[in-house]
Design a protein around this ligand. Structure first.
Ligand code: NAD
Length: 360
């Protein structure tokens, strides 16, 4: 089978591509624009495979999408390409509207025409491809808004109430994907997942930022009082869940994916500090001493928590890592992949300096 992955040079897309090449026989076409978040160095271990093909393209470029689909004839599309960083969506929402909404619309239209042309073909292979074709939209639990401490977990039928430009743009794209299913019959499936962490995570996000700041003795900026709660999932567990949904999910359905690991941001930072303290203690003091509380993010959601029982019940997926094992693996990965980190921090992975600040 051939899977087209959009955003395969990003954090989660990269984990999907590596898992598909390392653990299956499927072919992969990775379509990525290579924004600041796209890093081909994260795919070094699979890029020589004859089952892997990379195309640099923007999902909002209708001509390019039509051409790639006609040329590569994928059996499935896994759509991960997006602008994904909440703080950036507050500083500059335009790219989020363009990629997450206009880009998803453009890709849906290209997929619809491709799928319709397969359906109209006289060739049995094309008709078989049309039957197994699926457009999988990868989304976030942030579309559901936030929860009070006493509220029930997000389920697949929780009403949408996004808070940030990022989550509003992802909610819009989810609605577009469902509309293309209802109106045009395009076979789609959707997933909404909680916060991911793990290897190759871009260091503007909470966990890698804290690890790398701590190792260089810089402050560890925590928003507000650090009591916001997130559910955390190890990225390779998410990648396996996504592959299962793309291959076996029920057409038209949504699956929530989560780790059942609700933690406050402050607890996450404490855990990281303690793991680092045990491995590479500083000359004096404790990494926890570097924690600095900074003014809260506008519209910051209090709590996200996912009910992932449907994917467990229907597709037999459960995460392999606990929060403790996943965090330990992540810290060890960052301690042993210093060149990857250095190339991101000094911008040499894309030939420029990023000047990363204390964002997460
Ligand atoms: P990321 O920012 O690490 O990667 C995004 C990738 O998309 C990059 O490689 C980038 O170059 C590419 N891209 C951006 N704009 C593009 C465009 N116009 N055309 C083609 N490629 C483009 O993101 P991520 O964290 O890997 O997230 C992947 C998907 O999963 C996103 O849709 C995100 O909303 C969703 N998601 C993320 C999380 C999380 O915790 N990171 C959780 C749930 C869902």
């Amino acid at each position: 089978m051939k899977l087209m992955i959009t955003g395969g040079a990003g954090f989660i897309g990269g984990a999907v591509v590596r898992t598909l090449i390392n653990e299956t026989d499927h072919q992969v076409v990775n379509v990525d624009k290579l924004t600041y978040a796209g890093n081909l160095e994260s795919l070094a271990e699979v890029s020589a495979s004859d089952r892997y093909h990379f195309v640099q393209a923007d999902i909002a470029d209708a001509e390019a999408m039509a051409h790639i689909l006609a040329q590569h004839q994928p059996d499935k599309i896994m759509h991960l390409a997006a602008e994904s960083h909440v703080d950036r969506s507050i500083d500059g929402p335009a790219d989020f509207i363009q990629t997450n909404i206009v880009g998803t619309y453009t890709l849906l239209e290209a997929a619809r025409h491709y799928w319709q042309s397969l359906n109209q073909s006289a060739s049995p292979e094309a008709l078989q491809k049309a039957q197994q074709f699926r457009f999988h939209h990868v989304s976030t639990d942030e579309v559901y808004g936030d929860l009070a401490h006493t509220d029930d977990l997000f389920t697949e039928s929780t009403p949408y109430a996004p808070s940030s430009p990022y989550s509003a743009s992802k909610a819009s794209s989810d609605h577009l994907v469902r509309a293309w299913y209802r109106t045009f019959g395009l076979p789609v499936v959707l997933t909404n997942c909680s916060n991911n962490y793990g290897p190759y995570h871009f260091p503007e996000k909470l966990i890698p930022l804290m690890i790398l700041n701590a190792l260089s003795g810089k402050p560890l900026p925590v928003y507000g009082d650090g009591q916001q709660i997130r559910d955390w999932l190890y990225v390779e567990d998410h990648a396996r869940a996504l592959i299962k949904v793309s291959l076996d999910g029920h057409t038209g359905d949504t699956y929530n994916i989560g780790g059942h690991n609700e933690k406050t941001n402050l607890d996450v930072v404490y855990t990281l500090c303690d793991l680092l303290q045990a491995r590479v203690p500083p000359a004096s003091g404790h990494y926890r001493d570097l924690i600095t509380f900074v003014p809260d993010r506008p519209g910051h959601d209090l709590r996200y928590a996912i009910d992932a029982r449907k994917i467990q019940r229907e597709l037999g997926w459960t995460p392999s890592e606990t929060f403790e094992t996943g965090m330990a693996k992540t810290v060890d990965w960052f301690l042993t992949h210093t060149q990857w980190c250095q190339n991101v921090l000094d911008g040499s992975y894309r030939g420029e300096r990023l000047g990363l600040q204390g964002l997460h």
